[in-house]
Design a binder for this molecule. Structure first.
Ligand code: OXD
Ligand code: MN
Length: 592
């Protein structure tokens, strides 16, 4: 880390902008981050000294820390998130909108002097593999040292970014904790200026500007203009017993098992199989010179949900977070070991996520916040894909949509075509989770799991997806999965976690032309025998129930899709309307 004086070698455009922001926000000093271990350690030491971080048990969790956030600042704030453009029509009905002019006026007021008494950190960051034509640079200015250390795990900070910047421009981000005043919380995106301004929150999804703000909201607009895709998707390589690795992407709404699927450890009964993680949250997908879909992970770390992770559900994650990890809003045992619901054994007494004494069976609520998180470098993950750093990305064979649906959606099914697959994604309606503030478990339209992240009109976004039909002869196959279906007793019908590899295996085999399916009105559903459920111990009747297509329930679902599509106005692509009509006709012409 160095101060301004020693930082004369950066591009003038960057230096001028940093000076202009400092003149407005008036920090006591400006520090340039270089991403070094030494810098990370000194920031951690400052935060240990002022109580921003608590050191966890060095024996059980070496070099791990706990951060307890403000209790009102624990999740993404969609109500405070805005796209700022000239016309409302640019951003459509799924985004909050203010004119750029109005937003600047409001933000300039709030930025005035907001860093007085604080240090402003300059974080140049690189997203994506080194030397990749798809990599991008951003610079975040922040007064939060917690943000700096998280950014140093999540991105490549310092020299790699400054080096890459020589080849082009950069996304600008300004973040201030402000006074954590929720009435003045703003996460504003200016796609025309490649600018993000985030005020009065220190929560990862609002404050680590490289993540949702740059890699999805701004990148989605750049992707539309540049003919590529910026998606809320995991990327994994699935290795079969013959050593062939097939890459797939998967879009699931926040807190719906993306990280668990990306880090799946094969069950005992699937010898010879493995899952290699490339990304657990975001995929940038470009067509290469042969029109193959190629995906990179812009991020270098995980900022993921802790609850329900255990040695039983996901031993690879447990192994990964045991060192060099920042935990946010988890509970802590009396010997300073992190704890969360679903981890296993329950100590009788804990410190809860707000630092209060929590007694099993007596204290109300959960000990860890349901959206408590861990931040860990991707390089600690034991099954990281050797292709993770490939500048060209990995070739994508299949794309999966999914999310929490207690009813309706079969365990897995395949679309009839690219267009039908785009409809599947556009129809995604899932239950809300604790990753965003607001009520949990409410069904809402979350097309392609991008409702909170698509930075432009969602109907134009559908059109953009459809446009790949004429641009590639190597379109990935599209599937939808739903491991969350409930039985009459309210329990999950499918064991999930590692057993989801059974579903992935069927998907891979479909792509290879080796797995059987039944044609139903909604798509190709596996024959129960093609799903290979022997090792699982799930009764045949349960498998049939998981794969059942309920005509009446689908007709109801289509009604809500029509309503959603109607709300998008004239921009809705005709092709999608036709696909929806075809789906309705297929359903109507089948027996109940
Ligand atoms: C996340 C989210 O943190 O989607 O990944 O909210
Ligand atoms: Mn996410």
């Amino acid at each position: 880390m160095s101060d301004k004086e020693s930082h004369k070698s950066v591009p003038q455009k960057l230096a001028d902008w940093v000076d202009a922001v400092a003149a407005a926000t008036k920090p006591d000093r400006t520090m340039w981050c270089d991403g070094s271990d030494e810098e990370f350690r000194s920031l951690v030491n400052w935060m240990l000294a002022d109580g921003t971080l608590i050191k966890l048990n060095e024996r059980t969790y070496p070099n791990c820390y706990l951060h307890r956030s403000d209790p009102n600042d624990v999740a993404r704030s969609e109500e405070a998130t805005f796209m700022c453009t000239t016309n409302k029509e640019d951003v459509g009905p799924t985004n909050n909108w203010i004119t750029s002019g109005e937003a600047h006026a409001k933000l300039n007021d709030l930025l005035d002097g907001c860093m007085i008494g604080r240090t402003m950190y300059v974080i140049p960051y690189l997203l994506g593999p080194l030397n990749s034509p798809y990599a991008q640079v951003g610079v975040e200015l922040t007064d939060s040292p917690y943000v700096v250390v998280n950014m140093e795990i999540m991105t490549k900070v310092g020299p790699p970014a400054l080096e890459h910047m020589k080849a082009g421009g950069f996304v600008r981000g300004v973040h201030s904790i402000g006074k954590l005043d929720s009435r003045n919380k703003y996460i504003c995106h200016f796609p025309d200026e490649k600018l993000i301004v985030s005020l009065n929150s220190n929560y990862g999804g609002n404050a680590l500007l490289s993540k949702k703000c740059h890699s999805l909201r701004l990148a989605s607009v750049m992707a539309r203009d540049g003919g590529w895709l910026a998606e809320h998707m995991l990327i994994i390589g699935i290795e079969g017993p013959h050593g062939t690795v097939t890459y797939v992407t998967g879009a699931f709404p926040s807190s719906s098992g993306k990280t668990n699927l990306a880090m799946l450890k094969p069950p005992e009964y699937m010898k010879g199989w493995n899952v290699w993680a490339v990304s657990d949250d975001i995929a940038w997908i470009h067509l290469d010179s042969e029109a193959t879909f190629r995906a990179i992970n812009p991020e270098s770390g995980f900022f993921a949900v802790a609850p329900n992770t255990s040695m039983k559900t996901n031993p690879r994650i447990m192994e990964m977070v045991k060192k060099n990890t920042i935990f946010t809003n988890v509970a802590m045992s009396l010997d300073k070991t992190p704890w969360w619901e679903g981890i296993g054994e329950h100590p009788r007494k804990l410190w809860d996520w707000q630092g209060r004494v929590w007694t099993a069976g007596r204290s109300p609520g959960s000990a860890a916040h349901p959206n408590s998180r861990f931040t860990t470098s991707i390089h600690q993950y034991p099954s990281l894909s050797p292709e993770y750093n490939n500048p060209k990305g990995v070739p994508i064979t299949a794309m999966i949509f999914g999310g929490r649906r207690s009813e309706l959606v079969p365990l897995v099914y395949e679309s009839f075509s690219w267009e039908h697959g785009v409809l599947m994604g556009a129809m995604l309606r899932v239950e809300t989770t604790a990753a965003a503030s607001g009520e949990v478990g409410v069904l809402r339209n979350d097309p392609m799991a991008m409702k909170p992240f698509c930075g432009y009109h969602i109907a134009d976004y559908f059109n953009h997806w459809l446009s790949f039909r004429s641009r590639s002869a190597k379109l990935p196959k599209i599937f939808q999965i739903n491991p969350f279906r409930l039985g009459r007793d309210g329990r999950f019908l499918w064991p999930g976690y590692s057993h989801n590899l059974v579903i992935l295996k069927w998907i891979i085999e479909r792509c290879q032309g080796n797995a059987e399916a039944i044609e139903t009105p909604v798509g190709y559903v596996p024959t129960p025998t093609s799903l290979c459920t022997e090792g699982l111990g799930v009764p045949e009747t349960t498998v049939s129930e998981l794969l059942r297509v309920d005509k009446k329930a689908w007709m109801d679902e289509l009604e809500s899709t029509w309503l959603f599509f109607e709300s998008l106005g004239d921009k809705l692509p005709k092709t999608l309307e036709q696909e929806l009509s075809k789906l309705m006709d297929r359903l109507q012409s089948t027996a109940p």
